[in-house]
Design a protein around this ligand. Structure first.
Ligand code: ADP
Ligand code: MG
Length: 622
């Protein structure tokens, strides 16, 4: 398998990290062992934990297989599909509510919650229960090692609230979350596609309840999401429903309407349908066997794959429409796709595989189990994050540059776009005006040259700078971007140690489409931006020079020879009028003129300025 060769070293000293695929219907965990990712199979089981929670009348909730088995006997106290409500309000899940046997309400803060047995649970709390179960089973499979560090995957389209809810769930579960990564990225990692220098990958993910198509680009081993599309109401459950409908149709003669709508019958039929569907992925025919002990229903029917394929074709057709949409959004043709990766248990269906292959005109990757690739990729990422090796490291990068606004409205970039995270950059800044005791920092994101064209992330003020001449204060500004993409900006005035800091999430509320637009704008405005930037910088330089010269006019007049003084006066006069000029060349000529004219003065002052600066510093330090 491709990924086996990728891991050149297995350092037994490297701490372990668990990769967790927190799925809508199934969740599972993997770790790196002996240089390759392996699924944690507890107790000889398949490893996948149904993302289902059952609340019994007494005692703690059951999670996973035991809970799913209860779904039949006690549907109203069995919760599934929690992932759909992560970071959502009630309005977002309206369409789901009537399909669910349990009650979904809303907290006073507008967050969806599930009411069961007189108690309310947020999706975060419910997901935490699933995570704890997956983690616990994973640790048992490892022989009792308590591996707390984890990488958790989320769909590429998850917005910030949904990602934050996932982080909260991890915290509630007592995990040390190293990073959240996108499911399609994880799957691509599992196939070692980050080893490609460049290319375009389509990740086709047909899971239990949702379909996602993601188009990723790889550049130097780094993945970027170009487009996503999908259907949040299309997945394996709908394939099961085809067989449930078949049963209901054919049973209509024997059972009345009410019996056909009985929750126990529906749950039983669903489980039977799913079993039959899985069989049909391997065999040309399978038996659909519904047995409901409580009502005595017993029913059998042989289903051929040809029949099932004919019923499923429209569902697959719908996924291909989404693929077309994603390709259109990415402005790509299906032919541009270099690799197709299949993810999700439903892609085990032979018809899905052949239709996808036909659509993209190439054979998709199927070497790894489609319901395991995401967890395997998360384990690889976790391994890298705890310091494990791999011949080419995969690192997340910042999609846009980060910096601060400087005098004149320009941006000074500290972390350039595509910098790998985590990273730290420190740069020195100084004051513009004399006796300036505070500096306001404006943290920006973007590729444009002027602050006004960038995205404003935050503002904060550093106070307590002792009065000093302009340019004498030494302020170190440190940008630290952690592995989760949280940016901490810290400013420190060196002489006093005064500090101020702020934390922001630069990608908060930023969609990939917006990143694209920001990049495209920066190309479109490159020349014009360059000129504006140049002008802003020149004006600032001119301003600094003007200030410095004017402060020393008395000295200049007294000590300069008449010719130098006259030249300086002319240059100053011209420069004063330039503040509003928008002509780059003219401003540059004025700056050069003032610089030349003030050289004799600068020479005169150099000694005394240096001395007074020293004196200031000594006084401060006393
Ligand atoms: P999730 O949506 O949580 O990511 P998975 O990727 O594990 O879930 O997909 C679960 C879906 O895959 C279920 O609907 C399940 O019935 C389906 N599935 C699993 N195995 C097969 C199979 N052999 N053939 C067809 N569908 C399958
Ligand atoms: Mg999945």
């Amino acid at each position: 398998m491709a990924y086996l060769e990728l891991n050149v070293l297995n350092n037994s000293q490297t701490p372990m990290a668990m990769g967790i695929d927190l799925g809508t219907t199934f969740s599972l965990a993997a770790v790196m062992r002996d240089g390759r990712p392996v699924i944690l199979h507890p107790e000889g089981g398949s490893g996948s934990v149904p993302s289902v929670i059952h609340f019994p009348e007494h005692g703690p909730p059951a999670v996973g297989r035991a809970a799913r088995d209860q779904a039949l006997a006690d549907p109203t106290h069995t919760v599934f599909s929690v992932k759909r409500y992560m970071g959502r309000g009630l309005a977002d899940c309206e369409a789901d509510r009537e399909r669910l046997p349990y009650r979904v309400t809303e907290t006073e803060h507008g967050v969806a919650q599930v009411d069961i047995r007189g108690k309310s649970y947020t999706p975060q709390e419910l997901s935490a229960l699933i995570l704890m179960r997956v983690h616990d089973l994973g640790c048992r499979a490892l022989g009792g090692d308590d591996v707390r560090r984890a990488v958790i995957t989320v769909p590429a389209y998850f917005d910030d609230a949904q990602r934050q809810a996932t982080r909260d769930a991890a915290r509630l579960a007592g995990l040390e979350l190293l990073r959240i990564i996108n499911e399609p990225t994880a799957a691509s990692l599992a196939y070692g596609l980050d080893q490609r220098e460049d290319g375009i990958v389509a990740v086709y993910d047909l899971g239990g309840g949702t379909f996602d198509i993601s188009i990723l680009s790889i550049e130097d081993g780094v993945f970027r999401v170009l487009a996503t599309a999908g259907d949040t109401r299309l997945g394996g459950d709908d394939f099961d429903a085809l067989l449930v409908d078949l049963a209901r149709r054919e049973l209509a003669a024997e059972l009345d309407e009410q019996a056909l709508r009985d929750p126990a019958f529906l749950q039983g039929a669903r489980l039977a349908a799913e079993r039959c569907k899985r069989e049909l992925s391997i065999h040309p025919q399978a038996e659909l066997h519904i047995s409901i002990p409580s009502s005595g229903v017993q029913w059998r029917r042989t289903v051929s794959r040809a029949e099932f394929d004919a019923w499923s074709a429209p569902l697959i057709e719908r996924t291909l429409h989404c693929c077309a949409k994603a390709l259109a959004d990415a402005k790509l043709d299906a032919k541009a796709i270099d690799e197709v990766v299949l993810v999700g248990g439903s892609t085990r269906s032979p018809l899905v595989r052949s239709e996808v292959a036909k659509y993209f005109g190439r054979l998709p990757h199927t070497e790894l189990n489609p319901d395991e690739v995401v967890a395997l990729g998360a384990a690889i990422q976790g391994h890298i994050l705890v310091g494990g090796t791999r011949d080419i490291l995969l690192l997340d990068v910042t999609p846009l540059s980060l910096g601060v606004e400087t005098m004149g409205g320009a941006i000074s970039v500290l972390v350039p776009r595509n910098s790998t995270v985590p990273c730290s950059v420190t740069e020195g800044f100084t004051t513009y005006a004399d006796n300036q005791t505070g500096i306001e920092f404006h943290v920006l994101q973007g590729e444009r040259e002027l602050a006004q064209d960038c995205r404003s992330l935050a503002r904060f003020t550093l106070k307590g700078i002792p009065p000093m001449p302009a340019g004498m204060a030494r302020v170190a500004v440190r940008f630290h971007l952690d592995a989760d993409g949280v940016l901490t900006v810290k400013a420190r005035e060196e002489s006093t140690g005064a500090t101020a800091e702020i934390e922001v999430q630069p990608t908060h509320g930023l969609t990939d489409a917006e990143v694209e637009t920001m990049l495209r704008d920066s190309y479109a405005h490159a020349q014009e931006d360059f000129d504006k930037r140049r002008l802003a910088d020149l004006r600032t330089e001119l301003g600094v020079m003007l200030q410095a010269t004017e402060k020393n006019l008395a000295v200049a007049r007294a000590e300069l020879d008449p010719e130098s003084w006259a030249e300086l006066e002319t240059a100053l006069e011209a420069a004063r009028g330039a503040a509003e000029s928008s002509d780059v060349l003219a401003t540059q000529a004025l700056r050069d003129g003032l610089e030349r004219a003030s050289t004799p003065l600068a020479a005169l002052l150099m000694d005394s300025v240096a001395k007074s600066a020293l004196r200031d510093r000594t006084l401060d330090e006393v």
